[in-house]
Design a protein around this ligand. Structure first.
Ligand code: HEC
Ligand code: HEC
Length: 323
């Protein structure tokens, strides 16, 4: 989507902030999990007519990138959105649904909010606002967007958004596939895009989340599923780390027996693996700090790049809580 390009321009001033921490040199932030904001050389014309398969809605390309009015392809997929989710508040607060989608499914640069505990969502807004939640790579949506949002959002809007997203079911839309060779891709704005010319390349030590149709990247069609390619053996290795607790307590002791969340502790099952890798990294290197995240610190203290990939691959393969 072309929206994040605009996000960089609008809140670019924030870039100077939050550079006190240094990521590890021997364990750098993986670029496929920290998606850089970049300029597209050839953005599609905003006058084009846009629709997505199965939707009755037809809009202009300009409407799709309007951060103050979420394009609602399938109103039947979610309850009515509160004002702040659908429209935000002019002039500085973009609609939550613009980056997290009306169904709260999110995209690889943002986060899936559907089914998160309301108390956790409000807590995270407070963490972003206070600067206790940052991002290892500043020039990313993760490094920019939410601090701006958290500063602008009123307590009433925060509560309305938290209630809305917490009640949405988190549907399973990611298929985890272990593979040595993967389709050749180029870097889209948000997702890797499969090359029309075809071909394969080695996956190596990374996770590649490829949408099963371009309509997701282009126009925000949230019904599109995603294939997450992970290195061979990741799921079994991740299962062992999660059950064993990666050197500390088993993850289920706080995140619930099926890792579907417990009280205000967020669910992990079925969530996007690149998001999970980003959070494990940010927690391990102190970009998420403060008392809320303190129970997590021993859990991630000794993770390697391969451990984070394995844990994320296993978690993504699990079933989210049934609606
Ligand atoms: C301009 C895009 C953008 C908008 C608008 C936006 N967000 Fe976000 N949000 C993000 C990004 C990017 C992240 C991922 C941060 C990270 O990776 O650490 C995120 C993460 C979050 C998280 C953390 C989720 C988790 O599992 O810890 C919460 C909660 C959240 N957003 C709530 C909101 C709410 C509520 C609104 C509307 C008031 C909103 N966001 C509007 C981009 C956005
Ligand atoms: C002692 C309790 C505890 C244990 C054990 C634990 N966690 Fe957590 N975890 C938390 C809490 C509390 C949070 C929310 C942190 C916050 O509010 O910022 C969290 C947050 C997370 C997040 C961020 C989720 C998001 O939506 O951004 C991830 C990822 C995570 N945990 C993974 C794990 C994994 C993997 C394990 C096992 C290796 C584990 N946790 C074990 C308490 C725990």
């Amino acid at each position: 989507m072309h929206k994040l390009r605009a996000a960089a321009a609008v809140v670019g001033i924030v870039l100077a902030w939050g550079t006190a921490l240094a990521a590890s040199k021997s364990d750098p932030p993986p670029p496929w999990a920290f998606i850089l904001l970049q300029h597209e050389s050839d953005p599609p014309p905003t006058s084009r007519r846009v629709t997505v398969p199965g939707s009755e809605l037809h809009v202009t390309g300009k409407a799709v990138i309007d951060p103050f009015a979420v394009t609602d392809w399938f109103p039947e997929d979610h309850p009515p959105m509160p004002h702040v989710v659908a429209y935000g508040r002019r002039p500085h607060l973009w609609a939550c649904g613009y980056c997290h989608m009306a169904t709260g499914v999110g995209d690889p640069a943002s986060a899936a909010l559907a089914g998160l505990p309301a108390a956790y969502i409000e807590q995270q807004l407070a963490e972003f606002r206070a600067g206790r939640r940052q991002c290892a790579v500043a020039r990313t949506a993760c490094g920019i967007a939410m601090r701006q949002v958290a500063r602008e959002v009123s307590a009433a809007d925060a509560q309305a958004a938290a209630t809305y997203f917490s009640r949405l079911p988190y549907r399973r839309y990611i298929h985890v596939v272990e593979a040595t060779m993967v389709p050749k891709t180029r870097h889209g704005n948000l997702y890797p895009i499969t090359l029309a010319s075809g071909g394969e390349e080695p996956l190596g030590l990374r996770i590649l989340q490829v949408p099963d149709s371009d309509a997701l990247e282009e126009d925000g069609d949230w019904r599109v599923s995603i294939t997450a390619y992970v290195p061979p053996g990741s799921v079994a290795r991740g299962r062992a780390l999660v059950r064993g607790g990666a050197g500390a307590l088993p993850c289920a002791s706080c995140h619930g027996a099926r890792l579907q969340g417990e009280g205000a502790v967020p669910p992990l099952a079925g969530r996007p693996p690149t998001y999970i890798v980003r959070q494990l990294y940010d927690i391990q290197y102190g970009y998420r700090s403060g008392t809320a995240v303190a129970p997590m610190r021993p859990e991630v203290a000794h993770l390697t790049a391969g451990d984070r990939i394995a844990i994320a691959a296993y978690l993504a393969s699990l079933r989210p809580r049934a609606p």
